[in-house]
Design a binder for this molecule. Structure first.
Ligand SMILES: C[S@@+](CC[C@H](N)C(=O)[O-])C[C@H]1O[C@@H](n2cnc3c(N)ncnc32)[C@H](O)[C@@H]1O
Length: 264
């Protein structure tokens, strides 16, 4: 897989729209529960995107704590800054997961949700994660394995072509299956692993999978070598399945709680 295209302004806005779906709200609750933030803690959000987790984390650590968002996309940072306006404990730095603009041992906890799957050099990213955590600090990582996708289709060959083209939006669409080994190699202990399932048994306008069509269709046309008519016909077929009561979508995201050895 090559380098995924960067998040430009248009894509950043589409991602923001997907992240207001109830499915994504449930996912953030799941992540926040695993992160278990305490008032006064300092937290790094790697690939903070449109800033929904930043806002939740800022509320959790309170005014005596601090949350820092790092992202390589300036349009994403702008959206997140707007979302966190008025929260003095939230700040942002532009930067790369593999070269974090942060000091050694600066944070009690870190978060990287749906970010490492975009990063080609995972050992470099995890070395940076370990460096910026204090001894005993924890990290919560969440990524998708797109092989877990179950998405009903009448034209299965067409659906397979589109999902294969969509895989190109990531450096590794199957990262979770190798992440435990990567974490151990980087010197982390693994405290927990869990699965979060996004299940859309109906074609609801607010569902994650329905909203993702607004990102997947333009992506596979622009970057995946799929003809416009083919991508539109696939999306239309999903709507027809919804009308016929035959829609079904399910996708697994895997969460890892990693700990840097030592007492903080
Ligand atoms: C799918 S969004 C996830 C946003 C956020 N973590 C969340 O779950 O709400 C991925 C984000 O990671 C950022 N990103 C991708 N590759 C990155 C890298 N190498 N370094 C820093 N940020 C990166 C993108 O700009 C984007 O904002």
């Amino acid at each position: 897989m090559g380098k995924p295209p960067p998040f430009d302004e248009k894509t950043a806005r589409r991602v923001e729209a997907v992240y207001t779906s109830p499915d994504e709200v449930r996912q953030r609750d799941f992540v926040l529960g695993a992160l278990d933030l305490q008032p006064g803690e300092s937290v790094l959000d790697i690939g903070s995107g449109p800033g929904f987790c930043m806002r939740d984390n800022a509320m959790a650590v309170g005014p005596s704590g601090s949350v820092c968002g790092v992202d390589s996309s300036p349009p994403m940072i702008l959206l997140a800054q707007k979302r966190c306006a008025g929260l003095a404990q939230a700040s942002f730095r532009e930067g790369e997961a593999t070269a974090l603009p942060a000091g050694d041992g600066e944070f009690d906890a870190a978060l990287a949700t749906q970010v490492y799957e975009y990063v080609a050099d995972i050992p470099a990213a995890l070395a940076e994660l370990r460096r910026v955590l204090r001894p005993g600090g924890r990290a919560v990582i969440l990524d998708t394995d797109w092989s877990s996708l179950v998405w009903n289709a009448r034209d299965k060959a067409r659906a397979d072509r589109i999902v294969e083209a969509w895989d190109r939006h990531l450096a590794d669409p199957h990262l979770p299956r190798t992440l435990s080994a990567h974490l151990r190699a980087a010197g982390f202990g693994i405290a927990d692993r869990k699965v979060h399932v996004i299940l859309n048994p109906e074609y609801g306008p607010d569902s994650y999978s329905r909203r993702m069509l607004d990102i997947i269709v333009p992506f596979v046309i622009r970057h995946g070598g799929i003809e416009k008519d083919e991508a539109k016909a696939w999306a239309e077929e999903l709507k027809e399945l919804g009308d016929a009561g035959e829609y079904f979508f399910s996708l697994n995201r895997y969460l890892f709680v990693a700990r840097k050895p030592g007492e903080g």
